[in-house]
Design a binder for this molecule. Structure first.
Ligand code: CAA
Length: 258
């Protein structure tokens, strides 16, 4: 598949997907989402890749689903064809870690896309919001579900009901983003973070991702049970032997399964 709405590149073991409809502030149309889904699944299956970064431009990570595209849709279009939302769950199938490097607007579907990633790094100019209410619709790609889990009910409710944007500081205080970095350093910092993750044992990293995600979809008892099973499973890997032996021998580990 050749891409027209995203750019892809690899930097050693890190894949970078740049959303690329700059004139439309990276509004997420079906073509872009098809390409994003295709690229994500390809990198997830690529043995040479250990971590994936999704980013946009300095002005917009993504300003939401494409309003021009949606404006003419009928209920039957969106329901029968699963229009707008049909590709949104692809990220859930990706087992390698995905980092959202967000600069500028992350609104509506843009905020929802960032929340589907495993880590959100924000530039100091980032702005997050769910403004769908202003368009006579509502978040449709997980916003009403993931935002309350990220920032708790009162703030999620306020953002969804008023359409107000929050800046990077507020998003960090609320727990939506893991860190804020100066805009000029966002890409390098995202690449550094991704390279750190990609330098570890891939199966171990995948188990950690699976376990942390279970915290959102299970009871505490079920999540702790899964964590224990996965923790025990790490002892079946060569990389656990190598990691601990290297510590004991005071040397850097050479993980085999990357
Ligand atoms: N869809 C389609 N086009 C969009 C867009 C969107 N979501 N957001 C911006 N654009 C386009 C504008 O139409 C404009 O195009 P033209 O130059 O051809 O007129 C271009 O991007 C630049 O936008 P602005 O001129 O509006 O830029 P600005 O700096 O004045 O404002 C903004 C920036 C505040 C982000 C404003 O563009 C805006 O409010 N965008 C819409 C945000 C929004 O409502 N997002 C939610 C979409 S619904 C959704 O996402 C549903 C879901 O949950 C899946």
């Amino acid at each position: 598949m050749s891409y027209e709405n995203i750019l892809v590149e690899t930097v050693e073991r890190v894949a970078v997907i740049t959303l690329h409809r700059p004139k439309a502030l990276n509004a997420l149309n079906d073509a872009l989402m098809d390409e994003l889904g295709d690229a994500l699944l390809r990198f997830d299956a690529d043995e040479a890749i250990g971590c994936i970064v999704i980013t946009g431009t300095d002005k917009a990570f993504a300003a939401g689903a494409d309003i021009g595209m949606m404006a003419g849709y009928s209920y039957m279009d969106v329901y029968k064809g699963d229009y707008v939302t049909r590709n949104w769950e692809t990220l859930r199938r990706v087992r390698k870690p995905v980092i959202a490097a967000v600069a500028g607007y992350a609104l509506g579907g843009g905020c929802e896309l960032a929340m589907m990633c495993d880590i959100i790094l924000a530039a100091d100019n980032a702005r997050f919001g769910q403004p769908e209410v202003k368009l006579g619709t509502m978040p449709g790609a997980g916003g009403t579900q993931r935002l309350p889990r990220a920032v708790a009910k009162a703030k999620a409710m306020e953002l969804c009901l008023t359409g107000r944007m929050m800046d990077a500081d507020e998003a960090e205080r609320a727990g939506l983003v893991s860190r804020i970095v100066p805009l000029a350093e966002l890409r390098d910092e995202a690449l550094r973070t991704a390279a750190t993750v990609a330098g570890y044992s891939l199966p171990i990293v995948m188990m950690i991702k699976e376990s942390v995600n279970a915290a959102y979809e299970s009871t505490l008892a079920e999540g702790v049970h899964l964590e224990r099973r996965l923790f025990h499973a790490t002892f079946a890997t060569e990389d656990q032997k190598e990691g601990m032996q290297a510590f004991v021998e005071k040397r850097a580990p050479a993980f085999r399964h990357r």
